[in-house]
Design a protein around this ligand. Structure first.
Ligand code: NAP
Length: 525
């Protein structure tokens, strides 16, 4: 059996004990083991700060962009191998694996272009300067400089490739070295990606270190120049961000957590007419429930429909969900794989039970494990696409319990923008809300009332029906993150994600001096 290794201080570290198993979720066969026992985490941080950081800060944005381009290319060269590892450890079909792996290389490539555009500078001017004195002799300009610390990236199990690459792309472009920690249960793909980059020697020493297994006492040794970017459950986020050392040393802490994302059908969309906006709504909702077996932070969990449309929406969704073949992705007929681990299956079953106890009723799926096509009987962590209906007008389980699985609940509302926005807000802050409708005035009311409760608002309409990627795609040019329960973090969004790893500095002095230090014009113009 394969023993995963961490890459620290320029060498591979293989633990001797403390192993946790990695399994194939379609067969439950143990395929690897991981442990970080024996790593000196203080030395890891020193290596990043003392070797990786100076190397990156000596480079211009264009040079860092070139690094990202090489990294993206090397990883792309191994696409098929990575897809196979994703299938074996994450239970992904090829399209689902590609969402993760091509998402990773695509995001690195996107930021390579951003770096190239920023060019031969090392400092980013931020917005316009301002005259502070009676003349330009006293001027102010904000500018971004790389932090002199380490970016510690803690990732969730569901995106072992994209999860670390989207964070690393931003940190490296900012000039900050990375220590990355994949979720242990699905660390096979991330470990191999690091190995590919190490073998290809595309990155300077100290720029990328990886931990397979726990982070030990690493977080207790962070300082004020460091940045933690965490993706995972709201519970873990709360534990980590309230630790005494975190509060005392105050490294920047970015959180991407749970989210009860909502898809909202506006009242002007008539199912019977089968127009472009209706078709987009059905296609998006089914995809966002079943892609990666619903194990996406941006998946649709709540489906809000005018009460008069409830039966038509339910019937249309059930008819599509009935066509989804669930099983081992090694079987070509399979369209949706298993949940990633026994713990995830257990949590999903418990979650459906909580929704039912909270008043929801099942209209498709049992909420219990099923056998999957192409897997031995009784083996594999399979759950059918599961649809429930509930009254969402009051706060309750449906607005609080994220079931991280192909599970969503239909919620009738009164047809008003206010009624829909009120239910969306009960989720406590989401990563993405999608709304489908062609009535501009209704849409405007909805956005005014629901916009502040979500990080991204995806508007499905006749205009976008032919082009839109779906609400679940976190694209590097658009902000990823949401308020409240979703963590309050910000990632991606072009330069927004890069500046998470930089310090904004107010430079003051004579105009020419200040502008010289800040690096010519504002690159965001
Ligand atoms: P999780 O259990 O919270 O774990 C997330 C990461 O935190 C893992 O790498 C885990 O490592 C690590 N971790 C757990 N306890 C830790 C500790 N005490 N110190 C340091 N690291 C610790 O979440 P998950 O089950 O992997 O992911 C599912 C959740 O992530 C869902 O709730 C989903 O909504 C959320 N998610 C959010 C986004 C987003 O962008 N907002 C994206 C994807 C997923 P081990 O695996 O070694 O325990």
């Amino acid at each position: 059996m394969k023993t995963l290794r961490s890459h620290v201080r320029g060498a591979w570290h293989e633990a001797k004990d403390g192993f946790l198993p990695l399994v194939n979720p379609s067969t439950e066969e143990e395929i690897a083991r991981a442990s970080s026992a024996g790593i000196d985490f203080g030395a890891v941080l020193e290596h990043a700060r003392g070797v990786g950081g100076p190397a990156l800060r000596a480079m211009t944005f264009a040079e860092r962009g070139a690094l990202l381009k090489s990294a993206s290319k090397r990883l792309r060269d191994h696409r098929d191998e990575l897809l196979a590892l994703s299938r074996d450890n994450n239970g992904t079909t090829t399209p689902d694996g590609s969402f993760d792996i091509d998402g990773a290389t695509g995001t690195l490539a996107f930021y390579a272009v951003v770096g190239k555009r920023l060019g031969d500078r090392k400092v980013l001017a931020d917005g316009d300067g301002l005259q502070l004195g009676r003349s330009e002799g006293f001027w102010s300009q904000h500018a971004w400089l790389p932090r002199h610390g380490v970016a510690v990236h803690i990732n969730a199990f569901n995106f072992p490739a994209w999860g670390w690459a989207e964070k690393a792309a931003c940190a490296w472009l900012a000039g900050v070295p990375v220590v990355t920690k994949p979720a242990t249960a699905t660390s096979l793909v991330a470990e191999r990606m690091v190995e590919i980059l190490v073998e290809a020697e595309v990155l300077p020493a100290g720029v990328l270190q990886s931990i397979c297994g726990s982070t030990g006492d690493l977080l207790d040794q962070l300082g004020p120049q460091d940045v933690v970017a965490f993706t995972g459950s709201a519970d873990t986020a709360r534990k980590l961000r309230t630790r005494a050392h975190q509060l005392e040393a105050n490294p920047r802490f970015n959180v991407e957590a749970d989210s009860l994302n909502a898809a909202v059908l506006a009242p002007d969309v008539d199912p019977a007419a089968e127009g472009a906006t209706w078709n987009l709504f059905v296609k998006d909702v089914v995809r966002e429930m079943t892609q990666k077996a619903g194990q996406k932070c941006t998946a649709v969990r709540r489906i809000l429909v005018p009460a008069s449309r409830l039966d038509a929406v339910r019937d249309a969704l059930v008819a599509k969900l009935d066509q989804v073949v669930v099983g081992n992705p090694a079987d070509e007929s399979v369209r949706m794989g298993p949940l990633a681990s026994a713990a995830q299956l257990q949590d999903a079953e418990a979650g459906v039970q909580e929704l039912v106890e909270g008043g929801a009723h099942l209209v498709r799926g049992s909420g219990r494990r099923v056998d999957g096509i192409g897997s031995p009987e009784g083996r594999g962590f399979f759950l059918e696409p599961t649809l429930l209906v509930a009254d969402g007008s009051q706060d309750g389980a449906v607005h609080r319990r994220e079931v991280f699985a192909p599970v969503a609940t239909l919620l009738p509302y009164d047809g008003s923008a206010e009624g829909a926005a009120g239910q969306v807000a009960l989720g406590g802050g989401t990563l993405v809300t999608s709304v489908y409708g062609d009535d501009a005035s209704w849409r405007e009311d909805f956005v005014a009332q629901a916009g502040a409760t979500t990080g991204r608002l995806y508007v499905g309409s006749k205009e976008s029906a032919g082009d839109a990627f779906g609400s679940g795609a976190a694209l590097p040019g658009s902000l990823h993150g949401g308020p409240g329960r979703a963590g309050g973090g910000e990632e991606l969004g072009g330069l927004v994600g890069v500046t998470r790893y930089m310090q904004r500095l107010a430079l003051q002095g004579g105009r020419t001096v200040v502008e010289g230090l800040a690096g010519a014009a504002d690159p965001t113009d």
